[in-house]
Design a protein around this ligand. Structure first.
Ligand SMILES: [Zn+2]
Ligand SMILES: [Zn+2]
Ligand SMILES: [Zn+2]
Length: 258
């Protein structure tokens, strides 16, 4: 048993703080995290179903490939238009959802608990996107291939997203660049670099930028536009947080090593 999970300095309450972890500690936290374990178990279940209702190698590769191609598009649309939209916090019944799925992550980008999506939200979303594609290509087996691929990509996305908030400098150039782009989304201007592992869709839709000189710093980069004035008009997120929205992460004196 590693000391990581017992080290009180790494935990704030139940939370892991990526600003204080190294890569080895991240691997341990990641592979023991219930949400990740759930994805892995469901992916194994999907691939077992695929084997039992195997539609052939062609449809299997097509279903998997289609999901790999569609995924960055779907993530981009969800991240830009839903998570960064202003409508979810303005309705009482969706305010808590918005807080959990994105506001908390921008308020405190290092907390592992709110970095990972809630499986109650992510699993139905993955199913809705992947299963119809897979079904059209290969019925039950195709659906299983597509859903399993979607879960696998989600695990990869979540790992790279952790690395982007981990306080370390990756050795590989392409990971360094990927990390820099996402750090800009969190610490410079949130209205850009919506991708996680790929910024191809950002390039297509003109939301890609490479450094802080490209744009002025956004005042809403930590609160996503839910500032104190908005919180007074739409109080539900603030009521659940228990404090007014912050303009910067709480007690985060360090800068991200990007
Ligand atoms: Zn992030
Ligand atoms: Zn965001
Ligand atoms: Zn940081």
């Amino acid at each position: 048993m590693s000391g990581t999970l017992r080290n009180a300095n790494l935990r704030t309450g139940r939370s892991f703080d990526l600003g204080k972890m190294n890569l080895r500690q991240l691997w341990i936290a990641y592979l023991t995290y219930p949400t990740i374990i759930l994805y892995i178990v469901l992916a194994i279940g999907s691939f077992t179903l695929l084997a039992r209702h195997f539609p052939g190698i062609g449809p299997t590769l097509l279903a998997g490939g289609a999901v790999v191609a569609v995924y960055p598009m779907a993530w981009y649309a969800i991240h830009r238009f839903i998570l960064h939209g202003r409508f979810l916090y303005r309705m009482k019944w969706t305010a808590g959802l918005w807080k959990r799925i994105h506001f908390d992550h921008h308020q405190d980008p290092h907390l592992l608990d709110v970095l990972f999506g809630s499986p109650l939200n992510t699993i139905p979303t993955i199913a809705i996107i992947t299963i119809p594609i897979g079904y059209l290509i290969g019925h039950l087996g195709g659906s299983a291939a597509a859903f399993g691929t979607g879960l696998t990509i989600t695990c990869i996305y979540e790992f790279f997203h952790c690395i982007q908030h981990l306080n370390y400098k990756p050795r590989m150039r392409w990971i360094q660049k990927m990390k820099q782009r996402h750090v800009l989304h969190h610490f410079h201007d949130e209205d850009g670099n919506y991708g996680i592992t790929s910024f191809v869709v950002d390039r297509i839709f003109g939301s890609y930028y490479v450094d802080a000189r490209a744009r002025p710093r956004s005042p809403s980069v930590f609160n996503l536009g839910y500032d104190v004035a908005e919180a007074n008009r739409y109080p539900w997120v603030m009521e659940q947080t228990g404090t007014p929205p912050r303009d910067r992460p709480a007690g985060a004196p360090h800068r991200d090593a990007a």
